[in-house]
Design a protein around this ligand. Structure first.
Ligand code: CTP
Ligand code: MG
Length: 241
């Protein structure tokens, strides 16, 4: 039984503003990607890491990661045009003996290794799929044409983070079905999927929710980078890295 962590890192990071791809943006002296790989590499449950790199120059990412020391094996593949494609490319490159797959955004550099282990443990105990969730801080409303349509019941809503965990076969089957649906119906027939569990849910597979971590937040906008800097500084002061 082996557990692999896939790190989709091929996005441009448009909401973060102009510059190099988001995964290569710097946080406390190292690219976001290095922090994210570290988060999963340090988790006891993870044996192997596969990074889906920006497709224009995956070799540069391979060289970058070779400059750091890792506990387990770290592989690099070329990512794709969207997140699903990036994950799909990493998925097909996994060795045969991998049976648990975690997918963790490069854009969540400070996810605690304990969270990674908690998600992996849920799959090893028999769940088909698992996502970390956190309660919402804001009230959420449906809005159309600048008019509020209705207010959702916040008590039942959760924001979903990564790492998300899957039995390998479950994730592979969901990707295959998604590709088929795309080929058959084209994009209008298939609403966009923004996470891996979303694809698995469409297959009718039950997904277990476990408590997420505030520190697993996604760096999306410039302010998130400031928050990440502050958290990293606090961790370093506490001697954590
Ligand atoms: N991702 C990927 N391949 C893509 C698009 C996204 O591997 N073609 C990855 C990103 O690198 C990121 C994760 O998916 O680690 C989550 O996506 P998001 O936060 O949306 O990152 P970006 O797509 O890079 O950012 P933006 O949407 O602002 O451009
Ligand atoms: Mg994106």
């Amino acid at each position: 039984m082996r557990t692999a962590a896939i790190i989709p890192a091929a996005g441009r990071g448009e909401r973060l503003g102009p510059g190099v791809p988001k995964a290569l943006r710097e946080l406390g002296g190292a690219p976001l990607l290095v922090h994210a790989v570290r988060a999963v590499d340090r988790a006891r449950s993870v044996d192997l890491v596969v990074v889906a790199a920006p497709p224009d120059d995956p070799a540069a990412v391979e060289r970058l990661l070779a400059d750091y020391e890792w506990i387990g094996e770290v592989l690099v593949v070329a990512g794709g045009l969207d997140r699903q494609q990036s994950v799909a490319r990493a998925l097909v490159s996994l060795p045969e003996d991998v049976d648990v797959v975690l997918v963790h955004d490069a854009a969540r550099p400070l996810a605690p290794p304990e969270l990674v282990d908690a998600v992996a443990a849920t799959i090893r105990r028999g769940a088909a799929a698992c996502v970390p969730v956190v309660p919402l801080a804001d009230t959420v409303k449906v809005v159309a044409d600048d008019q509020v349509v209705r207010t959702l019941d916040r008590s039942s809503l959760r924001a979903v983070q990564t790492p998300q965990g899957f039995r390998r076969g479950v994730l592979a089957a969901a990707h295959a079905a998604f590709q088929q649906a795309l080929a058959a119906g084209g994009l209008p027939e298939v609403p966009p999927v923004t996470d891996d569990a979303g694809m698995v849910e469409r297959q009718g597979v039950p997904v277990v929710a476990v408590p997420g971590s505030e520190e697993a937040f996604k760096v999306t906008r410039p302010l998130d980078l400031l928050t990440a800097e502050a958290l990293l500084t606090r961790r370093r002061a506490a001697g954590a890295r």
